[in-house]
Design a protein around this ligand. Structure first.
Ligand SMILES: [Zn+2]
Ligand SMILES: [Zn+2]
Length: 580
């Protein structure tokens, strides 16, 4: 191999990383690696989490294909990416594979979770082979290993690599091009093109493409007489997502101005990381400290107010929201809200579950971190924290490093301090075996790493990788079962917890309405029963701006006065929700 060939090899490797970054296919989690064309017995894996910033071979570590050991002795000081073992095992098992990409895509999870096989449908799908094998990591954990879905141990990597070995599976066949193998969380294997954004929606009824047509369809939807067995059920349950809060100045995650789109290095914290790692908590609370003031200042927008009006008019039974911004309970305290993913207005102790007001917690953080507090006041004055746009932030004095951390002049994230739970401090909790925890704090009451992991405060939200409590799940199912229709506002139903609620409603024969800009996961199945002449009564799908459309819907319904049950609903005393 000539030096030109080697230069060409590195050029391809860098380009591959940039392509993956450009299409947001491996943001923060997935990785690309390549076998060393000179030796075949080593491979190169990058050491940065941001493929878009890779420029040369210096961004890579070389590993031995057979045992995963770093080739250069000095590279042991750099901790390699934990899922490097996926790559190592595949190179070891399949000598003909020269490059591996692994990404994390939610789109394939239904196949892994249901066991329904993903099969090729078109000529372009030939790469899938006859059928895509499913790798269920749960079958391979050894006792005492952390069940975190990560293929981060040699034996897990080997088990995953074995899954590819079905004789008919193309992943093991020699191919004239570089072959790709893609690992997904949950173990589904497939190629990257299938993880593209959701397709654009089909508008139903077609008249709902205009705002006035959509209002007419929504009126029909909300006022129709339910055809269900239980005639007492006559109301609609709302299911809302990030799209309803955009007008309050909060970025949604996937829209054109969303967090993932503007800030490519954005990476949410995982629950297991938060509870296990003092440094991760420092980083989380430092960022949260800088973001809280503006979050706390933001208010419900006209869409939330319209929801309050619809509730007063008697159309709604309750609201289920995926949002953690508290706008629903603020806008309509007497219409029940179930906050599926918790709320940011409290911090909660992971040991004793005591909740603390987030604003009071903010004051404690300010007292423990005076240099950060000064910096925060400076940035609030400059306006840098009112925008999510990284370029605009930089212009106003808020600089971030490639990991997305804010550069606070003269201060390190490692210096950030956060308090321990006051309740646990006053009355140290006991283990099941009666052993008392000793929570260690510094002179100012900040949590310090000691022998106990008790008394750790966490935002009272469901983090990535954390399960929703059973009581919340049951309450959400009850809210669905009590209603006669579901109206989804501003959600792509990307999280399974929300999607399954809509599926549950549809399985009971309920009409489903969806108002969302952009595609919604598996939406065809919610509307497949509708004929060409449907009017909105039995289901509707449109894509309008909520804060503009909903207030007009309220006006329209007010003029029509078509609510047979509005007066009785208003006369009924408010009953607090079981979860309130
Ligand atoms: Zn992974
Ligand atoms: Zn506590």
């Amino acid at each position: 191999m000539s030096s030109t060939d080697i230069a060409q090899f590195w050029c391809s490797v860098v380009t591959a990383n940039h392509v993956l970054d450009y299409f947001s296919l491996v943001t923060g989690y997935g990785h690309f690696s390549a076998r060393n064309p000179l030796t075949n017995t080593t491979f190169f894996h990058n050491i940065v989490d941001t493929p878009g910033t890779i420029t040369s071979s210096s961004n890579f570590i070389e590993f031995n294909v057979y045992n995963g050991a770093p080739v250069a002795s000095n590279s042991t000081s750099i901790s390699p990416y934990s899922e490097m073992w996926i790559h190592q095992a595949i190179y070891k098992r399949y000598p003909s594979i020269n490059a591996v990409v692994h990404s994390h895509s939610r789109a394939v999870l239904p196949f892994a979770n249901t066991g329904v096989p993903l099969v090729p449908q078109l000529h372009l799908d030939g790469v899938l082979g006859d059928q895509v094998p499913v790798f269920d990591i749960a079958e391979y954990y050894r006792p005492n290993e952390t069940h975190d879905f990560l293929v981060n141990l040699p034996h897990l990597g080997a088990a995953l690599a074995d899954t590819f070995s079905t004789p008919e599976n193309n992943a093991t066949k020699k191919n004239s091009e570089q072959e790709q193998t893609v690992e997904m969380v949950g173990g589904q294997l497939m190629r990257i093109p299938y993880t593209a954004p959701l397709p654009a929606p089909t508008i139903i009824p077609s008249a709902a493409a205009s705002v006035s047509g959509a209002i007419a369809a929504l009126t029909d939807f909300l006022t129709s007489t339910p055809q269900l067995r239980n005639k007492n059920k006559d109301k609609t349950v709302l299911l809302t997502g990030a799209g309803i809060s955009v007008a309050s100045g909060l970025a949604d995650y996937r829209g054109t101005k969303g967090t993932y789109t503007l800030n490519k290095t954005y990476r949410p914290i995982y629950f297991h990381e938060f509870v296990a790692n003092h440094a991760a908590r420092k980083r989380y609370w430092a960022r949260s400290f800088l973001g809280w003031t503006n979050l706390n200042k933001s208010k419900p927008n006209p869409a939330h107010k319209a929801v309050a009006d619809l509730g007063r008019m008697g159309y709604l039974s309750s609201v289920i929201t995926q949002n953690v911004d508290s706008f629903h309970p603020q806008a309509h305290p007497s219409l029940r809200t179930l906050e599926l993913h918790g709320y940011l207005r409290s911090a909660v102790c992971t040991t004793c579950r005591t909740e603390y007001d987030r604003q009071l917690f903010q004051n404690d953080l300010a007292a423990l971190n005076p240099a950060w507090s000064d910096f925060l006041n400076e940035m609030l004055a400059s306006g840098a924290l009112t925008t999510e746009n990284p370029d605009e932030r930089r212009r106003l004095g808020l600089k971030t490093n490639p990991d997305g951390d804010v550069d606070v002049p003269g201060v390190d994230y490692a210096t950030f301090r956060y308090p321990a739970c006051p309740t646990c401090l006053a009355k140290p909790p006991q283990d099941k075996d009666g052993k008392k925890h000793v929570i260690e704090v510094d002179v100012d009451g900040a949590w310090v790493a000691g022998n106990s992991t008790a008394g750790i405060l966490k935002p009272n939200v469901i983090m990535f990788g954390e399960s929703i409590p059973d009581t919340t799940k049951t309450a959400a199912e009850l809210a669905i079962d009590e209603a006669s229709r579901v109206l989804v506002l501003g959600s792509s139903l990307a999280t399974y917890s929300a999607w399954r609620l809509v599926k549950r409603a549809r399985e009971q024969g309920m009409p489903i309405g969806i108002v969302n800009i952009g595609g919604v996961r598996g939406e065809e199945q919610f509307f497949s029963h509708l004929g060409e002449n449907s009017t909105g009564k039995d289901g509707l799908r449109c894509a309008h701006i909520l804060e503009e459309m909903l207030p007009n819907l309220v006006k329209e319904l007010g003029q029509k006065n078509t609510t047979p049950f509005a007066s009785s609903a208003m006369a009924r005393p408010f009953v607090p929700a079981p979860w309130a």
